[in-house]
Design a protein around this ligand. Structure first.
Ligand SMILES: CC(C)(COP(=O)(O)OP(=O)(O)OC[C@H]1O[C@@H](n2cnc3c(N)ncnc32)[C@H](O)[C@@H]1OP(=O)(O)O)[C@@H](O)C(=O)NCCC(=O)NCCS
Length: 160
């Protein structure tokens, strides 16, 4: 898929080392163990290096013409596969509620379709209403549910 995508309001691009601070903030809001700056930079370097070989990747989001890191959206293997990957998105809380996830995900769906892929998945915890709403706006349908030690995971599918 493309490494840089523009929408009406957003620029989606590959991670850069300067995104380390934004990435740490995102992990902190998620409640995870926040990586140190060097650890975050290492993760970003790994992601950049593996992106061309995998052909799919997560892209950072920012408003066009602005440098503020808002979050990411893109394709990952996740619980699915390289041929039928998962769409993923996560935004800083300050960026929620503006339609950015939907706008970015719509562009990622188009980019996935352009690679010739036929199907995307999205696995979502059953409590995650905002994420289900984003998927609903994309035209994704619920397929089946599995369970792990943290509860139900709803598998949603989008035929491209
Ligand atoms: C999911 C997430 C990316 C959505 O980002 P966003 O930019 O706010 O999404 P959008 O504005 O494009 O759309 C959100 C929709 O959910 C709706 N919504 C928000 N909170 C809701 C709630 N508690 N119940 C029902 N709908 C809700 C919004 O009203 C909006 O729908 P609308 O356009 O019909 O009004 C964001 O909440 C997030 O980063 N969450 C944490 C990470 C995460 O859960 N990622 C997904 C893992 S599967």
């Amino acid at each position: 898929m493309s490494f840089a995508v523009e929408t009406d309001r957003l620029l989606l691009r590959l991670w850069e080392e300067s995104d380390a601070a934004g990435y740490r903030e995102l992990v902190g809001e998620r409640g995870g163990d926040v990586p140190t700056i060097p650890e975050a930079i290492d993760e970003i370097r790994d992601a950049r290096e593996s992106a061309p070989g995998r052909g799919i990747h997560l892209l950072t989001l920012r408003r066009r013409g602005e440098d503020e890191f808002l979050g990411y959206c893109g394709l990952v293997v996740g619980r699915a596969s390289i041929d039928e990957p998962e769409i993923a998105y996560e935004l800083l809380r300050s960026a929620h509620g503006h339609g950015y996830a939907t706008e970015a995900a719509t562009a990622v769906v188009d980019a996935a379709r352009a690679t010739g892929r036929r199907r995307l998945w999205a696995t979502v915890r059953s409590w995650n209403a905002p994420s289900f709403r984003v998927l609903e706006k994309l035209g994704v349908r619920r397929d089946h549910t599995t369970t792990d030690d943290r509860g139900d995971i709803v598998w949603n599918v989008l035929d491209l």
